[in-house]
Design a binder for this molecule. Structure first.
Ligand code: ATP
Ligand code: MG
Length: 140
């Protein structure tokens, strides 16, 4: 089984949707093998999204990700990385609502920045992100 890393972001947690999203994750065949509710510091958020440092939206992204608690999740399923990205839908919530109205970001996201969920985009980032939040979970 492939593993991926997911975050339920502050807008969705604030809206009281975390439990519902975790149920949908399981209904879609993923096993949640680790979960933790936590508050990101500015330093941790900047490190987590380091690939976007210097982009115009970076300060907005960090302010958003530190605006309240998140759920960090490790998901397992065959082809979990692609499958979770597909279930989340497009990054931009407005585009998601037009193109894939039943995806998680269309259903639970707020706007262009506040898009309810995160998902690793490749095996390398999945391993890095799982280790970032769950250092005791060693990849097999
Ligand atoms: P994530 O990494 O959170 O799963 P993603 O891989 O779909 O999202 P990225 O390009 O990695 O998209 O962007 C990371 C996050 O930065 C997005 O989820 C969104 O919150 C924010 N973001 C990305 N692009 C923009 C943009 N053009 N304007 C505003 N916010 C953006
Ligand atoms: Mg990304």
């Amino acid at each position: 089984l492939e593993k991926t890393f997911a975050i339920i972001k502050p807008d969705a947690v604030r809206a009281g949707k975390a439990e519902e999203i975790m149920q949908l994750i399981e209904l879609n065949g993923f096993t949640i093998i680790a979960k933790q509710k936590l508050q990101l510091t500015k330093m941790r958020a900047e490190e987590f999204y380091g690939e976007h440092k210097g982009k115009d939206f970076f300060p907005r992204l960090v302010a958003y990700m530190t605006s309240g608690p998140v759920w960090a999740l490790v998901l397992a399923k065959p082809d979990a990385i692609k499958g979770w990205r597909a279930l989340m839908g497009p990054t931009n919530v407005l585009k998601a609502r037009e193109e894939q109205p039943k995806c998680l970001r269309a259903l639970y996201g707020t706007d262009n920045t506040q898009n309810a969920t995160h998902g690793s985009d490749a095996p390398g980032s999945a391993a890095r992100e799982i280790k970032f939040f769950f250092p005791h979970l060693v990849p097999e």
